[in-house]
Design a protein around this ligand. Sequence first.
Ligand code: MIG
Length: 821
Amino acid sequence: MKSGCTALLVFLCAAHPLFAQWRSAPAVDSLSRSGPAGVTFRAGEAAMTVTVLADDLMRIRFTHGTGLPPDRSRAVVAAAWPTVQAVMNDAPDAFTITTSALTLRVAKNPLRLSFRDPAGAIISEDAPAKGMSWSGSEVRVWKTMPGDERYYGFGEKAGSFERGNLHMTMWNSDIPAYSAQTDPLYQTIPFFYGMRNGRAYGIFLDNTYRTSFDMGKEARDQYSFGAEDGVLDYYFFYGPAPRTILGRFTQLVGRMPLPPRWSLGYQQCRWSYTPDSRVREIASGFRSRRIPCDVIYLDIDYMDGYRIFTWHPKSFPDPEGLLRELKGMGFTTAVIVDPGIKVDTAYAAYRSGLAGGHFLRYPDGSLFTGKVWPGVCAFPDFTAPAARRWWGDQFAGLAAAGVRGWWNDMNEPSVFDVPGKTVDLGVLHDDEGLKTTHAKNHNIYGMEMTRATYEGARRLLPAERPFVLTRASYAGGWRYSAAWTGDNVSSWEHLSMALAMCLNLGISGQPFVGADIGGFIGHPSGELFARWLQLGVLTPLMRSHSVINEKNKEPWEYGSAFTDINRETINLRYRLLPYIYTVMSASSLSGLPAMRPMVFEHPGDARFTSTAGQFMFGDDMLAAPVLAEGETTKTVELPHGRWHDFWTGKAMNGGATYTVPAPIGHLPLFVPAGATIPMQQIVQHTGEAPINPLTLRTFPSHDGKAYISHYYEDDGSSFAYVDGVSFRRTFTARSVPGQVVLSLSGVEGSYVPPGRGVAVQFVDFGADPPSRVTLNGMRVAKAARGSGSIDGSGWEFDAPARTVIVRVPDSRGPMELALSR
Ligand code: MIG
């Protein structure tokens, strides 16, 4: 008994990175150049290779015993980097590598790293006592932790927005009804920012084994990160602006492809809408109540005994007919697919998967099986190219039936009856021919499933942008899929947490995120649902969902007053779609997420280091949703500069705190002076009608400064935009004494939207109407209030709103609208 305890203790200690016997990198014995931008250092049985990828990006690989394994990252896509001018200097005590943005100093005795800025100030350094270390197969590095340094990112983490003083693990896990303390969750993005005095660096640990990050929990003056196996392979980014870091990181690991426009509409889900008559009822429930919606999901009950790629013969006897009908009503149908394939010789997917050798097996060749919804299942090996292709091909029937959304669930993978609730760690993966264990491939299983799904959809429906939604993923997974934050709870705490999680996911590289609106488990009050839906307006994925056996949570289930409020909220999402689509397009090009923490945008503003109750959506909108029960005001901290209330147009001086009214039904939004928000008419779904008019809500620029906003549009569904079939222009607002001017640049790109009007709302113009309104120097006539037709020209003045509305036909050439006082 006693020795058993001791043995257990020894085992626990050895298994825990903080108690293991660590050996630190000793003194450097030798060094050699490796490639044009690399240096390898040998120190006892350890070796470290530094590679300079860009002025502000260096890669460190630290191993012990053996050399570096084949370099086959699942995350990294940027292979060729332009040569960097790096100056190498070998001194007796240290080797330095200097670029225009960063210096890496490699102290030789013992081997320790410090990253410095061009002025020589330390940005980040190895802890003197430990530095890079190993213990058995484990690798880890300790770094000094300045007391005033803050940490953000780490992908999908519950709890607080700031990530200091926490120990976090990366191991994709299915934890229904998780709490603020639950760690890990479904996704692994081992990337974070350290920020201090307004300057940021980033670290990406590219290791797919179980990894962990101890941010000052073990000792307040150091943090550490490492992996239970593999190489300590990390990338060091220096900003100092967080935006620069994220731009580089997403250059390294890839960016989100532009999503189809319909996926940015409102999405309705529940476990489960079944049978087909219930699906029809939900669809007509939206249309009859005039609540816009684009997407309806079918959760697991659409299948025959949970067999993936099948339909339940009784509940869904005519899927083609149903989906045709839904499409006719303007709904796109998304279905859930889980990885587990039922072991059933009468089931085609099992037979073909088995025959093709696409399922995971133990080293002895026997099939790995475990229970999930269908019962005993086999699991595709998504790390094998052939299995990915097979998987993608299985979607042919669903695609032919009209399915267009692919919801990948349970892909941590989650297995009910196996200890550890996942695939046995010793099970073998192909791993692109390397034949490695599940321990190495666990954290990429979900991402590789979404990759197989995305690529399958691309092959089957080449003219359409796929929409894939996943629960589990790894860094770079946004190349294939949007992500949601799993099985949250209907509580106010979870509402706040949903926002903090989406913000950290966004700056970790995943821009297309959302949480189950209303909370998955439990039943929200009408108030909580209404507030959550308001947050949803400015989360890229706006999807409501509910667990099985729970009261209905559709937007009309909370009484007629809330139905009206929720309709207005969803209407707002659709009115803002031209702006949201523009921001998502920018994300796909720059990697910057739509939802941005205040500290990410204003790292030098100390007021924002912990702020997660308000955020920027794109460059031109600050959202301050109400997140607490009973609150009817919202306190907002405006960044420096001049701002406006989006709704009233009222000007506000930045750098100050305001408490604004926020009755239920109201989402506080603010816009920087000079910004122009593109909007559209309310539609019941994105395909109902083309944008007409395109409304430009423009806020006066301040101090004579010109302010530029961007606009992006295309056909919304195909890949033609890749070849330039898009519609891009800028809006430049200028105010000079006596005049307010908005210039629309000539259109770039060859997409031609259907003919339409442009309605420009000059907000906060003043108490008096303009004396003269011109378009490209030609006078625009005053129209009687409300008479301005969509196609004709005319201006009107809304005195109470201090707003001038100018209607003109849209055109491709430059358009300059000038209002004289
Ligand atoms: O074991 O498909 O997170 O969104 O409704 C639960 C049923 C499986 C978990 C997902 C949830 C989904 C549910 N799934």
